[in-house]
Write a protein of this length. Structure first.
Lengths: 432, 163
């Protein structure tokens, strides 16, 4: 019996020829990522060594990445002090892949890792963030873990007791219509699967739609795979992966794509045709409460958010700027834009996208996670409604349990900013 | 015997268990104050120590979905709560095992606030309804972490053995 991509990656990382679903393995970790919660990882890491007489030492400082993104710049003395503690640890343990609050190399962890060339096809990537699934876009096995699990990885360089997960194969066919995007595809899939439909499973993406999709779109697919409960989403590496690594991530050394065997065993196969897909909206308060836009068109929105690890890349900002060119954000609606990384922010400035968005009335903020999870800026008032390109709409997600969050694509967010109500970008009259 | 003190539905997210705006607080000694912070009534009972240690929270499918934040586990462990759910999201379940929060996956559980439950090794008995509900056992690999007292001692054993 052949192996899926994830089986092949886990077999290699565990020093085995083959693994079967349900096997318990201890894969070596190629990249271990944390953000501000490295402060908690440090506590747990030191606790592991307590009473052993051993000197606490990260197993491989070259394979640890720490990116500040959740509360940047610090919103409180508590956060600032945690960040200071992490900086001191980074220096003491000579961790090289550290991205502080900076306009040159800063940004959101799930954008920094790919664009810095840290993620390679076939790698095992773990992160103390559930959206670590994003990095499957480059053909890696990437999954979220807790801070204590990360402390164990820092000490041992492996994840203990991993059960080889079953894989669901997703095959997408057809070409998107105008202003319909990978975000609409993944929202549709989450709605069909439900929020726990892929729990303890991997989503492996195939089909001509995915093959033609940019790495940016693939990052959106894999990023939100966790919203169906998936351990990881993964796109087997191909020519586009190599193009991205060479042209956009500055990778010059050899890259070895991992592809599934032709006779790999999948738990099930889901086929989707995107050629008649409508823009999709995830309605409050679960990500799987997905409706075609038409069902909620006209709903009043007070705050538009474009950004995050899900949809804050250059193509996302470009479609928003295209739809807002020469137009204005509605008077009683606010629009916040936060690019996924400082590099993307600078590119958006150079291309004039930032000026277009600001002239329309948008507030363009520094790269970071803040508004998405209600930790830093962009909070909603009681009874207010947000329409956002981010990834979660749980009750209280944007900082106020008395508010509502709807999720959508960048095109829908931009078209709706102009009208102040949920609007189909194909009929909004913009983008001329 | 343990009393059900809170009954919840499906897909209870980590944003509900431990709202993101409190994520700068990480110490297990400090996180319990924000457990279910957006439900002022239940949070108030917890903080006033009106909930006995060992009390049960029952929930539907996919409890703990969303973020990997470990505060969502440490805040519940701080009150020594037991979570009996029809299902758990992967990362939450692993964090619970790693930190020693008591959890039971019980796919058909039915219970209301005030019911008395007996949470055994293989089943949960609802004494009020006189009904028994089978538990899904943890795989041996996960049980080994619990038996070691959590992932920190488990990792420590491995580290010392390797030296």
């Amino acid at each position: 019996m052949g192996m899926t991509v994830v089986q092949k990656i886990l077999a290699r990382a565990s020093g085995l020829k083959a693994v079967a679903v349900g096997d318990v393995v201890e894969p070596r970790v190629d990249l271990a990522m944390s953000h501000e919660n490295a402060a908690l990882v440090i506590n747990q890491f030191l606790e592991v060594y307590a009473g052993t007489g051993l000197v606490p030492r990260v197993w491989d400082p070259e394979r640890v990445a720490i990116i500040f993104d959740h509360r940047v710049p610090a919103e409180s003395p508590k956060t600032a002090t945690n960040q200071k503690k992490v900086r001191e640890f980074v220096t003491a343990h000579q961790i090289k892949r550290f991205h502080d609050i900076r306009g040159d190399v800063g940004g959101i962890c799930h954008q920094i890792l790919p664009e810095s060339g840290y993620v390679r096809p076939g790698a095992v990537v773990v992160g103390t963030d559930s959206h670590t699934t994003s990095h499957g876009a480059l053909g890696a096995l990437a999954f979220g873990i807790g801070a204590t699990e990360m402390a164990s990885v820092w000490a041992l360089g492996a994840v203990l007791n991993v059960e080889v997960p079953p894989t669901i194969k997703v095959v997408a066919r057809g070409a998107f219509r105008d202003y319909v995007s990978p975000k609409d595809l993944i929202l549709k899939l989450i709605g069909d699967l439900t929020a726990e439909g892929a729990n303890f499973r991997v989503l492996e993406f195939h089909g001509e739609t995915v093959r033609r999709m940019s790495t940016s779109g693939r990052l959106t697919l894999c990023n939100m795979s966790v919203e169906a409960g998936a351990t990881s989403g993964i796109v087997p590496a191909d020519d586009e992966t190599l193009r991205y690594l060479r042209d956009e991530a500055g990778v010059t050394n050899s890259v070895e794509p991992v592809t599934p065997d032709a006779d790999a065993a999948y738990e099930r196969t889901i086929e989707l045709d995107v050629s008649d897909l409508e823009p999709q909206i995830a309605c409050p308060h679960t990500v799987d409460n997905v409706q075609p836009l038409a069902n909620v068109a006209g709903r009043k929105v007070h705050q538009i958010v474009i950004g995050s690890c899900t949809n804050g890349r250059l193509d996302d900002l470009a479609v928003a700027a295209h739809l807002l060119e020469g137009r204005k954000v509605a008077a009683d609606t606010r629009m916040l834009v936060f690019p996924a990384s400082a590099k993307i922010f600078r590119q958006a400035i150079e291309l004039g996208l930032v000026a277009t968005l600001m002239r329309a009335g948008a507030v363009v903020m520094n790269s970071g996670c803040g508004p998405c999870l209600g930790v830093h800026e962009g909070a909603l008032g009681d009874g207010e409604v947000a329409l956002s390109t981010t990834n979660r709409n749980f009750k209280g997600r944007m900082g106020n349990p008395k508010s509502e969050v709807y999720l959508c694509s960048p095109a829908v967010a931009a078209a709706s900013a102009v009208t102040g109500v949920i609007t189909d970008p194909r009929t909004s009259g913009g983008g001329n | 015997m343990a009393t059900v003190v809170y009954a919840l539905g499906d897909d209870i997210s980590t944003d509900v268990i431990y709202p993101g705006r409190h994520m700068a607080t990480v110490l297990p000694t400090e996180t319990p104050q924000f457990a279910f912070a957006d439900d002022a009534a239940f949070n108030g009972k917890l903080k006033a120590r009106e909930i006995a240690p060992g009390s049960v929270v029952v929930a539907g499918k996919n409890f703990g979905c969303g973020s990997s934040r470990e505060q969502a586990v440490s805040c519940l462990k701080g009150y020594d709560l037991v979570i009996v759910a029809r299902g758990f999201a992967r990362i939450f379940l692993q964090n619970a095992i790693n930190l020693g929060l008591r959890v039971a996956t019980c796919p058909t559980i039915e219970a209301s606030v005030g019911d008395e439950l007996e949470v055994g090794a293989a089943e949960v008995v609802n004494q009020m309804a006189k009904k028994r509900y089978a538990m899904v056992p943890l795989p041996a690999s996960r049980q080994a972490i619990i038996d070691a007292g959590g992932l920190i001692p488990y990792t420590r054993q491995r580290l010392v053995a390797a030296k």
